[in-house]
Design a protein around this ligand. Structure first.
Ligand code: PYC
Length: 330
């Protein structure tokens, strides 16, 4: 199958029978964080730029987003990667990322999951490819050992050492950075980044996000800062840092977060704390690790993130319009 011609509604699986809607998907996880690649059955999003298709998805097909990503068919941490034909003639495919509450610009763990999925299906072999996203074309490498490298979009620190008053937590300091999504990154962590503290860390990160909104602090182009990244040293030998990333919604990233690691590298690079080409190991809240490095860019850095995904299921999703929760639980 020529991936460049992949249109969601053009395959036999994309059919309605008696009002039922069918979608073909492959599930995987990258460092514990799930990805669902939608191969066929998603509504047609047109042939415009991917940023425009993302907007069409948000405005016209949010019900299908909720159907594939949210309960009862999906789950809070799940990110779906919807294949769509690319505009860029050098790209293998286009992809739009969505989760339980909306769309994402880029998704590092999702991109690793997508490349591993295409490789597992025999649609690509080892080598380098380019994949178009709503925020730019992303070169990827599918390695012979099963790992995947993603050269993410150019990433940069937008605001350094920003002070923020967080109700219940006091004054904290953090950076605002772009890594394909918008992040607030802080080392002010009230409790250790360990599993028994999950509820406290989730509440703290959610309070930071709320405080950013209340203070009117946003990313470039007035974008919402919807990812909160807490960073601390890691107790694991050879690992540079452990993070806890609250994604849009209330789920935390089980992986080390590819876009969050990119944003972190941008901050470290700008602070002069990580030279180009030096490998940085970012550990997630559940102990999975991404290896990362960067090369300098014009406005920031070009991060390279390497990780590994594993398949978990071949899925045939069915949406029954008679189901009161066909499009998620409101
Ligand atoms: O890996 O970039 C990432 C990511 C974003 C949200 C969940 N994972």
């Amino acid at each position: 199958m020529d991936l460049r011609e992949t249109g969601q509604d053009t395959t036999p699986a994309a059919r309605h029978d008696g009002g039922m809607h069918h979608l073909d998907a492959i599930d995987s996880h990258t460092g514990g964080e799930p990805t669902r690649v939608i191969l066929a059955g998603f509504p047609d999003l047109g042939s415009g730029p991917l940023a425009e298709r993302r907007r069409i998805l948000e405005l016209e097909h949010d019900d299908f987003r909720a159907a594939i990503a949210s309960e009862p068919r999906g789950s809070d941490p799940l990110v779906c990667a919807i294949l769509t034909p690319p505009v860029d003639p050098t790209a293998l495919t286009g992809v739009l990322f969505v989760n339980n509450v909306g769309t994402l610009g880029m998704c590092g763990h999702g991109m690793i999951g997508l490349v591993h999925t295409l490789s597992s299906l025999g649609r690509i072999s080892t080598g380098t490819y380019r994949i178009e996203t709503a925020v730019g074309v992303v070169p990827v490498e599918c390695h012979g050992d099963g790992s995947v490298t993603v050269e993410n979009v150019e990433s940069y620190r937008f605001k350094a050492a920003l002070e923020l008053e967080v109700p219940g937590a006091g004054r904290i300091t953090g950076d605002v950075a772009w890594g394909g999504n918008w992040f607030f990154i802080t080392h002010d962590v009230p409790v250790p980044l360990v599993r028994p503290n999950l509820a406290a860390l989730t509440a703290y990160a959610a309070a930071i996000r709320q405080a950013l909104g209340t203070a009117g602090i946003r990313g470039a182009g007035d974008a919402e800062i919807d990812h909160i990244e807490l960073q601390s040293p890691s107790p694991t030998p050879g690992v540079d840092a452990r993070n806890f990333v609250l994604c849009p919604g209330m789920a935390y990233d089980r992986s080390p977060c590819g876009t969050g690691t990119s944003a972190t590298l941008a901050c470290l690079a700008e602070a002069g704390r990580l030279p180009p080409g030096v490998v940085y190991r970012q550990e997630s809240f559940v102990g999975s690790v991404f290896e990362a490095a960067y090369r300098p860019g014009t406005h920031g850095i070009w991060p390279r993130i390497r990780g590994r995904a594993h398949l978990t299921a071949h899925v045939h999703l069915v949406i029954d319009p008679a189901d009161p929760f066909a499009f998620g639980i409101p």
